[in-house]
Write a protein that binds this ligand. Structure first.
Ligand code: DGY
Length: 323
């Protein structure tokens, strides 16, 4: 029996590539450079399955083909706002993602950003590396205490809850939640959290605001100028979700005019390009989309993709089917 053909668009951990190759007729992208739209178009017409990542923009440009050979886009990653679901559906293409296995590591990174920006760790590191540190002094790089502060979470799915766990039990923080749908009282009770009805209500209450909602059209520029104005002057904004959720020009302005105290970003509107205004802000910590970047999470994500592919080609509904 011929094995289904599979294109893997980026390099994956070795063990994952080996396991995929054991079951599928795998084409690897050895150069590890993002596919061009033309290459993706060709792939959709040639491979039974494609394993894309966030660096593949799968919109009308690549999905507008006479006939797709691809039956499943088994996305490597939990977020799938880079895939035009409606267009994929017109070809009957199934879509899966990789939830759960990266929630802890992404939450760890949100806490990393909170601590780095509040304690001015990026500024301190830059100071040492540039050789200008002139020793301890009582007023040097004074930051903001994290313990005991109020954390506002926008989105309270799996990652939001992992952040709440760390912040509440590790840093004694008070948790306030905004979520589109009501959160079960027993889940809120785990973190002694309370849910508010609007983002407008959450922002002025929070010392830290951390974003954990999906990206895509529904949340583009969710945090815009007027909403940044609702944050406290000494509050920090953290984003490990998707870049488009923040209006970056408005954020740069808020950081430059100190209308908020600082921000920590792991994701950007036009990755890998970063708005040059942001790079000028000292009260900003930036990381290159590292949320799930641990050996453990990246391996587990790959194995989850494999399980989804196996289910699909065995005629079962994949556990992580999102469309
Ligand atoms: C995710 O899993 O969504 C990460 O951001 C990588 O795409």
């Amino acid at each position: 029996m011929t094995r289904p053909s599979l294109l893997v668009t980026r390099r994956l951990p070795q063990v994952v590539e080996a396991q995929l190759a054991a079951s599928y007729d795998v084409a690897l992208n050895r150069s590890d450079t993002p596919l061009t739209p033309a290459e993706f178009r060709e792939a959709i017409q040639r491979f039974d399955a494609v394993l894309p990542t966030v660096t593949d923009k799968i919109g009308p440009e690549v999905l507008d083909v006479p006939k797709a050979q691809t039956k499943i886009l088994a996305n490597y990653g939990v977020g799938y706002s880079h895939i035009d679901i409606e267009q994929a559906k017109t070809h009957g293409i199934a879509i899966t993602n990789t939830p759960d296995v990266l929630s802890e590591c992404t939450a760890d990174l949100a806490l990393t950003l909170m601590l780095m920006v509040a304690r001015r760790a990026g500024e301190g590191e830059r100071e040492i590396r540039s050789g200008v540190w002139d020793g301890w002094r009582p007023t040097h790089l004074m930051g903001t205490k994290v313990t005991g502060k109020t954390l506002g979470l926008v989105g309270f799915g799996r990652i939001g809850q992992e952040v709440a766990k760390r912040a509440h039990f590790g840093f004694d923080m008070e948790i306030v939640v905004y979520n589109r749908s009501p959160v079960a009282p027993e889940i809120l009770a785990r973190f002694n959290a309370r849910q508010v009805r609007t983002i407008e209500e959450l922002l002025p209450l929070s010392d830290f605001v951390s974003l954990h909602c999906p990206g895509g059209a529904g949340t583009t520029a969710l945090i815009d100028g007027p909403r940044l104005d609702l944050m406290k002057e000494d509050a920090f904004l953290i984003n490990t979700a998707r870049g488009e959720v923040i209006d970056e020009a408005a954020l740069a302005q808020a950081l430059m005019f100190d209308t908020i105290a600082g921000a920590g970003l792991d994701v950007f509107e036009r990755e890998p390009r970063v708005n040059p205004l942001l790079a000028q802000c000292d009260n900003l910590v930036m990381l290159p989309h590292l949320g799930s970047a641990t050996q453990e999470a990246r391996r587990a994500m790959g194995l989850r993709v494999l399980a989804n592919l196996n289910d699909f080609f065995e005629g079962k509904t994949p556990r992580d089917r999102v469309a």
